[in-house]
Design a protein around this ligand. Structure first.
Ligand SMILES: NC(=O)c1ccc[n+]([C@@H]2O[C@H](COP(=O)([O-])OP(=O)(O)OC[C@H]3O[C@@H](n4cnc5c(N)ncnc54)[C@H](O)[C@@H]3O)[C@@H](O)[C@H]2O)c1
Length: 362
């Protein structure tokens, strides 16, 4: 059997989950890894027993020399676009970690490179493989809610500022918004079929991250991103999306994800705990609010247990698409809306006013 030759660009934390997933696949060979930190790619490969795979400091050198069929881009957010575009230009398919990029401009550049290359880019939202998230989408799109006109999503952690490469604007681009906000947005947008965002009015704060009372002093000194943001987003079709996300706050949760429709409403509880909230697309209990014989009532909706290894399924689906010439499982044509909202939230909160979201989808 011909194996799909995969390389990993960015050998930090999440690269380990990619490696562990690929190592379970008989039709995949990890041939190389690159990391701009000298020695990090070698150490990463050795940790996974990949002594025969080659290590590089420069991703372009890896692409020129190792000539992989596909790459996992696992770098911090600010280098997603450049690594994805370089890989596409070298004829590689790309599994790109979330968020797609930092700015909308970068996301559009990735899409344009993808189209030019004829290869696929799949964006790494593994909650899509959660049966609970699939059920919520099925309910939202099944017609029983009637016309959906309002969605509230987000969630957040009470204490959960990650540190490392996540808290500097130059590396991460944005904070809680880019790290976990993109999951809340994907839960909402994927459930209702990706309506186009039109305007965004947002506020962002970094009050806990800069305060050594809540963050390690060395992290507080370099903290330059948001740890809380909220936004009202107008979506095509007269839908309002109410979004909130936190890494740290004096509250247990920013509330459930809710879908209001003309025939019924759906409430999805956040998962409990200090790191709670529907922040990574995880879903707690769901309840349908509706009328029965003219009286308002509600029905608990049984959701399947969380059993799957969602991360493995995301990597497997990507490999299947590469091997069978299928479309990207989590396509940039959908995620571009998620990125447009993140970009809108960054712009609106910096300007202190509502902004329009305008882009040519071609
Ligand atoms: N899907 C998930 O569950 C999940 C979980 C955590 C992180 N992530 C995402 O994965 C990405 C990385 O997160 P992490 O926790 O691994 O961060 P990390 O800082 O541990 O690792 C990133 C690595 O990329 C390297 N790097 C940066 N630019 C590079 C370039 N141009 N070429 C080669 N190497 C480069 C850095 O040196 C670093 O080692 C982020 O975008 C994050 O949002 C996804």
């Amino acid at each position: 059997m011909d194996k799909t030759r995969i390389a990993i660009i960015g050998a930090g934390g999440i690269a380990n989950s990619h490696a562990k997933s690929y190592l379970q696949m008989e039709d995949v060979e990890i041939v190389a890894a690159a990391d701009i930190c000298e020695g990090k790619a070698r150490q990463f490969l050795d940790t996974h027993g990949l002594e025969a795979a080659k290590d590089y400091v420069d991703a372009r050198e890896l692409l020129d020399d190792a000539k992989p069929d596909a790459v996992s881009v696992c770098t911090y957010n600010s280098t997603h676009a450049e690594c994805a575009i370089a890989s596409l230009e070298h004829g590689c398919h790309v599994l790109l970690e979330k968020p797609m990029t930092v700015t909308l401009e970068e996301a559009l550049a990735v899409r344009s490179a993808e189209k030019k290359s004829g290869k696929i880019v799949s964006v790494g939202f593994q909650p899509r493989y959660d049966d609970r998230m699939k059920k919520i989408k099925e309910i939202a799109q099944g017609g029983s809610l009637g016309k959906i006109y309002y969605v509230q999503t987000g969630g957040g952690r009470r204490r959960g500022i990650p540190g490392r490469t996540f808290i500097e604007k130059s590396l991460a681009g944005a904070g809680a918004l880019a790290d976990i906000g993109c999951y809340g947005l994907d839960l909402a947008l994927n459930s209702i079929g990706h309506p186009k965002p039109l305007t965004v009015s947002a506020s962002a704060y970094g009050l806990f991250g800069r305060n050594p009372k809540y963050t390690k002093p060395e992290d507080a000194a370099r903290f330059t991103v948001d740890d809380f943001s909220c936004a009202m987003i107008r979506l095509e079709g007269g839908i309002t999306l109410d979004f909130r996300m936190s890494w740290a706050m004096h509250m247990d949760t920013m509330g459930a994800t809710i879908f209001l429709g003309t025939e019924a409403g759906l409430k999805v509880e956040p998962t409990p705990g200090l790191w709670g909230g529907a922040w990574d697309g995880s879903c707690g209990d769901a309840t349908l609010f509706h009328d029965y014989m003219g009286m308002p009532t509600y029905t608990p909706i049984p959701l399947p247990d969380l059993k799957q290894d969602r991360f493995f399924l995301k990597c497997r689906d990507f490999v299947d698409a590469v091997r069978q010439n299928l479309p990207a499982p989590i396509p940039t044509s959908e995620i571009i809306y998620n990125q447009a909202i993140i970009d809108g939230i960054i712009r609106s909160s910096a300007l202190g006013r509502e902004v329009s979201v305008e882009f040519n989808e071609q």
